[in-house]
Design a protein around this ligand. Structure first.
Ligand SMILES: Cc1ncc(C[n+]2csc(CCOP(=O)(O)OP(=O)(O)O)c2C)c(N)n1
Ligand SMILES: [Mg+2]
Length: 199
């Protein structure tokens, strides 16, 4: 269990800081708040917003990482979403994509549905689970300095990488990206595949 007093990082600042370094990385976001965080940092044609399918973001990222091995793939998702798809950690570790980094924005809550406590509030250690599954790197970030040190791990370390970032429960305004699934898919495919998209 994390002492509430130790958590000071703001999710919007964290996600914006990470995405500032994104270069040509591809981004998958989980349902709800992490999608708003990415939209607040700036909509991008390399963003694939998973508007639903709770528990599926990391495995979508795995498929993308395997299909696009030359690109860095980031998944930015919530602790509740990650807890719903825990088996994905084992599958990712076994597939061992060197280009996949999973970032969990861990507010120890289901913010989207009213800030109910998740299991991480009760001590479940997602980074420990990633390490036990066999992730190449699996760390928890609590402070600004640790966030800065995690950036080269997120973008350059051989994956799979899991970075669990503890953030406050401070409410952030909802910022909506496009939500037409067909539009998001087509835009993303065009941006990633270019002229290959029609083959
Ligand atoms: C299968 C399923 N169960 C429940 C929900 C309702 N739901 C939507 S967002 C959410 C909370 C997500 O929590 P988390 O991933 O921690 O994101 P946060 O908003 O806290 O950043 C829940 C329970 C859903 N969309 N799908
Ligand atoms: Mg949460």
């Amino acid at each position: 269990m994390t002492d509430e007093k130790e958590i000071t990082l703001d999710r919007r600042r964290v996600v914006a800081r990470i995405l500032r370094e994104r270069g040509d990385a591809l981004l998958v976001t989980g349902l709800g708040s992490t999608t708003w965080d990415a939209a607040a940092a700036g909509d991008h044609d390399h963003n694939f917003y998973v508007w639903g399918a709770m528990g599926g973001a990391t495995l979508l990222g795995l498929g993308l990482a395997l299909a696009q091995p030359q690109r860095r793939v980031l998944v930015v998702t919530g602790d509740g979403e990650m807890l719903m798809g825990l088996g994905g950690l084992a599958t990712i570790a076994v597939q061992h994509p060197r280009n996949l980094s999973v970032i969990v924005i861990d507010n120890e809550s289901y913010a989207e549905t009213g800030m109910q406590a998740t299991h991480t509030r009760h001590g479940v250690d997602l980074a420990g689970m990633g390490a036990a599954a066999g992730f190449a790197q699996s760390i928890t970030v609590l402070k600004d300095g640790e966030l800065e040190r995690s950036l080269p791990i997120i973008y350059q370390s051989a994956g799979p990488v899991l970075v669990v970032i503890k953030v406050t429960t401070t409410a952030a305004p909802t910022v909506l990206p496009p939500r037409d699934g067909t539009y998001i898919k087509n835009r993303f495919r065009q941006a990633v595949l270019g002229s290959e998209v029609f083959k």
